[in-house]
Write a protein that binds this ligand. Structure first.
Ligand SMILES: [Zn+2]
Length: 332
């Protein structure tokens, strides 16, 4: 057999084998139900953290979970129809799945958590995953030395305790004096709006182990807490609602807490408010001021209820503003 005919023989045998195996596969497909051929759908998301560097500081956005809210019935100083129209324009429904974000700052010498997620505040409806996200991100609750609260609402302070025990046993909790004076004084409950009343008993329970250990500290308005960490008063949503401005190597990130709840409505219309506001007109004014400042200065922003990780920039757009989410990046 010459080399050419050997090659032809090998090739024809190879073709025959491949045809036979194709037939075998075909018969397998015909006889085996396809449902058994693949594993069940997994239906989990990637671990709930997102990392970025801010100068020398490591910032980790932590997802506490999501909760679905009937947002068209909660926003005020607008109409349900207007809200539905705006959301539809973003391919969203008025029953809006809303992120609950917290932020971890590693300064090199401190490990600081800004807000603690909802804990059991929303029950089965969502949230309460902050510790899982924290551990997935490479840290333990005991590692945290400082908790900064933007305000004392259940979805921001609810993760302070678990079954009455401090979730962050080595941390000191910081909050604005006006916030502590309001929520930690049961005498204020009588005069509070109906939908705010439950907040007083909740706050007392959540703060109890930290108060007992002498680990609650308050600040008065704009205050430099640590190198690179200062507070910015934004009273309105609650009496002592505060931002935290984080700065390292000329870069700045402002953590806004509940300055806004629905980015797809309130950036375009900062005057739109929400039922959870203690003082809605003041909250709207703070939002307008913060949006204008962020658009002018160009710093990073992180917000608790902007779709996770809730980090991005603000730019001017027409008569309002627009949100520019962070470009996906690896921390270096
Ligand atoms: Zn709030």
């Amino acid at each position: 057999m010459n080399p050419v005919s050997i090659f032809k023989t090998i090739r024809s045998r190879a073709m025959l084998l491949s045809q036979l195996s194709a037939l075998a596969i075909g018969s397998t497909l015909l006889t085996t139900p396809s449902a058994q051929a693949v594993p069940p759908q997994v239906k989990t998301q990637a671990p709930g953290y997102y990392r970025m560097m801010l100068g020398d500081f490591e910032i980790t956005a932590l997802l506490d979970g999501t909760v679905t809210l009937p947002i068209h019935t909660l926003l005020t100083n607008t109409t349900p129809a207007e809200v539905e129209k705006r959301l539809a324009g973003e391919f969203l429904k008025p029953q809006l799945e809303t992120s609950i974000n917290a932020y971890l700052i590693h300064t090199g010498s401190r490990l600081i958590l800004v807000d603690t997620g909802a804990g059991v505040f929303f029950g089965e409806k969502g949230g309460g995953q902050l510790l899982t996200s924290l551990k997935a991100a490479g840290y333990q609750p005991e590692d945290i030395d400082t908790v900064l609260l933007t305000h004392i609402h259940g979805d921001h302070s609810g993760g302070l305790t678990l079954s009455g025990e401090a979730s962050f046993p080595n941390a000191t909790v910081y909050v604005d004096q006006h916030e502590a004076d309001f929520w930690l004084n049961p005498a204020n409950e009588a005069s509070a709006a109906a939908n705010q009343k439950a907040g007083f008993a909740t706050a007392a329970t959540l703060f109890a182990p930290y108060l007992a250990a002498g680990k609650v500290k308050t600040f008065q308005g704009n205050t430099q807490l640590f190198p690179g960490i200062r507070t910015v008063s934004s009273y309105g949503h609650t009496p002592g609602h505060s931002f935290y401005a984080i700065e390292s190597q000329g870069q700045q990130l402002q953590l806004w807490g509940d300055l806004l709840h629905v980015k797809d409505v309130q950036f375009a219309s900062p005057s739109v408010t929400i039922r959870f506001d203690v003082d809605s007109p003041a909250a709207a004014q703070q939002r307008q001021k913060a949006f204008a400042n962020a658009a002018k200065q160009g710093y990073w922003v992180g917000a608790a209820h902007i779709s996770f990780p809730g980090i991005g920039h603000v730019r001017k757009s027409g008569n309002g503003y627009a949100w520019v989410p962070a470009n996906y990046s690896l921390p270096r």
